[in-house]
Design a protein around this ligand. Structure first.
Ligand SMILES: *Cc1c(COP(=O)(O)O)cnc(C)c1O
Length: 374
């Protein structure tokens, strides 16, 4: 007797969560906020605890209208989900099925290939360019009549690179209007090339207003520090949003998560200070790695990518021995989240300890690694 298994399920890769950290270690493996929740957010959640015998408002009316006002879009364009990963799934299910293609750069957000397979569609992974960023020309060339959706992860997880607003606009303009371009801006708040200059919007929202085939994903998990409550949102063309609602699992976003998200929108000034701190530690982290000879990639997210190639496990191990848990992709690189000042102090100490015990890498070694793994 064999239990039933859906055809094709063996092609679905399992999602790997960032390493959990032993007590006392710095967990820099999941791009979480190093800050505890804001007191106002805790208050908002506590106030709603007394009514958790009720289902949440399935339409998330208050949160959606706040978001619509913030971005000056129609509330019918806004959908919420249990993290933006759920919305990525909804957008795929709403646009693509058996025989259809969904494109993304690679390496990028680990969930994309699995979500595409779960929908029965075909993932098309287009390699990043030599600078670890999106190769938009190659992505454009890879569009076929079966392409339904293209993810642009901007800034890209795990490399931290950004596509400029101009390059993104050119790309979007060149994509056929029957293909949805989904700009995943999970890390946009940390992007100092566009975010702060453009009044806190990121490039995606502007494009969404001007093109009919663009959707944007944002999350409360990263900059807003609500990863554990699971809430994110999409802004999409109205027809797409309607179809997302058809494929959504009902009541995905709890009342507590909705309350915390609204309270976070009320605290954006306070959160902006925290985001600035994370950005400052990111720059410090990058400089430390650079000085230690590890050749990190310049990042606009809340993490730093070290394309260490064959030396990735060595870097992961030396940091772990210093009490810092990171995310290693064996043979490719190591992603290190930007933590608190204390967390980055530990990185500094671990790098210094390893410099004392082992030879520091020579420039020529690094260049070789980069050539092999580009
Ligand atoms: C973390 C992340 C998300 C979403 O996380 P949620 O917690 O599901 O909101 C989406 N996209 C990228 C690229 C991410 O790194």
């Amino acid at each position: 007797m064999t239990l039933p298994v859906r055809a094709g399920l063996d092609a679905v890769p399992a999602y790997r969560q960032g390493r959990s950290a032993p007590v006392g270690a710095s967990k820099l493996s999941s791009n979480e906020s190093p800050h505890p929740p804001l007191p106002s957010v805790i208050d908002a959640v506590q106030e709603r605890l007394g009514t958790i015998q009720r289902y949440p408002d399935m339409s998330a009316a208050e949160l959606r209208s706040r978001l619509a006002a913030r971005y000056a879009v129609d509330p019918a364009q806004v959908t919420v989900g249990a993290g933006s990963v759920e919305l990525a799934a909804q957008l795929i299910h709403a646009t693509a099925g058996e025989g259809d293609e969904v494109m993304f750069a690679w390496r990028s957000f680990e969930a994309y290939p699995a979500l595409v397979r779960i929908a029965g569609a075909t993932p098309i992974a287009v390699p990043l360019d030599a600078d670890h960023g999106h190769d938009l020309d190659a992505m454009r060339a890879a569009i076929t009549p079966r392409t339904r959706l293209i993810f642009i992860c901007n800034p890209n997880n795990p490399t931290g690179t950004v596509v400029s607003a101009e390059a993104l606009e050119q790309f979007v303009a060149a994509v056929p209007r029957d293909v949805l371009v989904v700009i995943d801006e999970a890390y946009v708040h940390f992007d100092r090339t566009s975010y702060s200059d453009e009044g806190g919007q990121g490039a995606g929202i502007d494009l969404l207003r001007r093109f009919p085939h663009v959707a944007v994903l944002h999350t409360f998990s990263k900059a807003y520090g609500l990863a554990g409550l699971r809430v994110g949102y999409a802004i999409a063309p109205v027809e797409i949003a309607e179809n997302q609602r058809k494929v959504a699992i009902p009541f995905g976003v709890s009342d507590l998560a909705q309350a915390a998200a609204v309270a976070s929108l009320d605290a954006e000034d306070e959160l902006a200070l925290r985001i600035d701190e994370v950005v400052a530690q990111r720059e410090r982290l990058r400089a430390l790695l650079e000085d230690a000879g590890w050749a990190p990639v310049a990042s606009q997210a809340n993490f730093v990518w070290v394309p260490a190639g064959t030396r990735s496990e060595e870097l992961e191990t030396l940091l772990r021995e210093g009490g810092v848990i990171t995310r290693a992709f064996p043979g490719e690189g190591v992603r290190i989240s930007s933590g608190s000042a204390d967390d980055i102090d530990r990185v500094e100490a671990a790098l210094a300890a390893s410099a004392r015990t082992t030879r520091t890498p020579h420039r020529s070694d690094q260049r070789m690694n980069e050539e092999v793994h580009a």
